[in-house]
Design a protein around this ligand. Structure first.
Ligand code: NAD
Length: 492
């Protein structure tokens, strides 16, 4: 246990200032890599949430609303630059909270944090609108054109797996369109969202435009925020069951909602695939971020002629992974986020044994005989031999594991991939270009990669179908959600 005085303290950020919670409550933040308490976090109560939302509401009428698009875009470019200028600080904060390998956060999380502001700062400068010339009943003409105005106060509720990346993916476009935000980051990852307050102030973002409250979900800050009557829109990334709860909360007052939820994503490997690339890509999609990626693969379907070789190669890859905390340069797999999440993942590992799965590799919790034993590590795990009806094939586990099943025909694998309640992402590995184009549109998901995984152009649509979400983010889709469009009709 660390001395209380050495712990970082995360306050709320309201109206441009760091403040202790009026509630007087605090909670511990634990390192996923060691199990030790690393920070104390102020927990917002109802009064704190109300203060934050009212600050955001008031800021809608302040200098933020009077800025030109070029001024707002310029400030957001400064926010992007501010993250890049303090890259190492953001990196240290993110890896301490998540336990993920430093190299991963250096390559993905922190650069995307900056890019999310720069991208939408650029996009609003080119924001166009629809225009129609209309014949009128008196034989004359009218013109119709659309204008965008901000939606208002946006509640941003974000998860712990890619904290800065996913939070700024919402805050970037929301601010670009002139909204104000109250962010409730995951209770597991409060640090980078808090740190961003300093960057906002330094960049000249007016007070009250960006606010941060900390706390939990049900009967805590998350629920209080989404229930607040002055919130105009809710954007949420997290579990499907939480999305359902938030949707009910959003129904009161008819607030608009965007939901990016869970997945049970399939990778499909045809016999004609470039095997080296298919194995390397699948290794990444199954094990990156310790399997805690919404777009990650938990179901792998491999065409029968290459099934045995593929399984052997993936097994070999899994067994050469180095587990450990973020500080070690050789580590390529960190811990799971919390003891609670580890218990959940291990319960699926036990279920696999009860269902007589063939455990190709892993299946348990490692022991190290060092400080890592206090962390939330599990073994990278591969199963074969389960029926498609198994809960392991149907439910999102969100850990470093996958089941591999053989298939024979294109139609068969399309049916297998689609036989699931989720519909977020899929990866297809084949060198037959006709096959790729034939199969990709038939997979009932929001995102399909061919011969790659996680390649993102921020202008493209991002989101899921079925139980994986409602709405799309990215490019013009984000601009649409974070604005209200009004039609102006002028009789000439
Ligand atoms: P979670 O649903 O447990 O929590 C997400 C956030 O919601 C947290 O900030 C939490 O405090 C808050 N919350 C919980 N209950 C709430 C309530 N009733 N009202 C308001 N807020 C509430 O999700 P998580 O465990 O943090 O993240 C993992 C999940 O997120 C996985 O299911 C994963 O697939 C999903 N995810 C989806 C995407 C995507 O883009 N589709 C991206 C990343 C993660």
């Amino acid at each position: 246990m660390l001395d209380n005085r050495t712990l970082t303290e995360h306050r709320l950020f309201i109206d441009g200032e760091y403040r202790p919670a009026i509630s007087g409550r605090m909670f511990d933040k634990v390192s996923p890599a060691t199990g030790q308490v690393i920070a104390r976090v102020h927990e917002a109560g109802r009064e704190d949430v109300d203060l934050a939302v009212r600050a955001a509401k008031a800021a809608l009428k302040g200098p933020w609303s009077r800025m030109t698009v070029a001024e707002r875009a310029g400030i957001l470019q400064c926010v992007s630059q501010g993250i890049n200028d303090r890259f190492e600080e953001f990196l240290a904060a993110e890896v301490a909270d998540t336990g993920k390998p430093s190299a991963l956060a250096r390559m993905v999380d922190i650069p995307r944090g900056g890019a999310n502001f720069a991208t939408f700062a650029d996009m609003i400068k080119n924001l166009g609108s629809e225009f129609f010339e209309t014949d009128t009943p008196d034989g004359g003409k009218a013109i119709n054109y659309g204008v965008h105005r901000p939606k208002g106060v946006i509640a941003v509720i974000s998860p712990w797996n890619l904290p800065l990346l996913l939070m700024t993916w919402k805050v970037g476009p929301a601010l670009a369109l002139g909204n104000t935000v109250v962010v409730k980051p995951s209770e597991e990852t409060p640090h980078t969202t808090t740190l961003l307050g300093e960057v906002m102030n330094d960049a000249g973002v007016p007070k009250g435009v960006y606010n941060v409250i900390h706390g939990f979900g049900p009967e805590s800050a998350g629920e209080m925020l989404t229930q607040h009557p002055l919130v105009n829109g809710i954007t949420f990334t997290g579990e499907t069951t939480t999305g359902e709860a938030i949707m009910k909360q959003a129904a009161v007052g008819l607030r608009d909602i965007s939901l990016e939820l869970g997945g049970k994503n399939a990778a499909i490997v045809f016999a004609d695939a470039d095997l080296d690339k298919a194995v390397a890509g699948t290794m990444q999609s199954v094990f990156a971020n310790c399997g805690q990626v919404c777009l990650g693969t938990e179901r792998v379907y491999v065409q029968r002629p290459i099934f045995d070789e593929f399984v052997a190669r993936l097994k070999n890859g899994a067994e050469t992974m180095v587990l450990g905390g973020p500080a070690h340069p050789d580590v390529n797999m960190g811990p799971l986020i919390s003891a609670e999440h580890r218990e959940k993942v291990l319960s699926y590992y036990e279920l696999a044994e009860q269902e007589n799965a063939n455990v190709v590799t892993g299946g348990g919790a490692p022991t190290f005989d060092d400080a890592r034993d206090g962390g939330h590590f599990v073994e990278p795990t591969i199963w074969t031999g389960l029926p498609e009806t198994s809960r392991l094939i149907r439910e999102e586990i969100f850990g470093p594991c996958c089941h591999i099943a053989p298939f024979d025909t294109e139609d068969e694998v399309i049916a297998m991939a689609n036989d699931n309640d989720y519909g977020l992402a899929s990866a297809i590995w084949t060198q037959d270009i006709s096959r790729a184009h034939r199969v990709a549109p038939k997979i009932e998901v929001g995102l399909v990669w061919v011969n790659s995984w996680f390649l993102r152009d921020l202008r493209t649509a991002f989101g899921g179908s079925k139980k994986s979400g409602i709405g799309r983010e990215g490019g013009e889709h984000s601009l649409e959600f974070y604005s209200e469009r009004a039609n102006i009709c002028v009789k000439l």
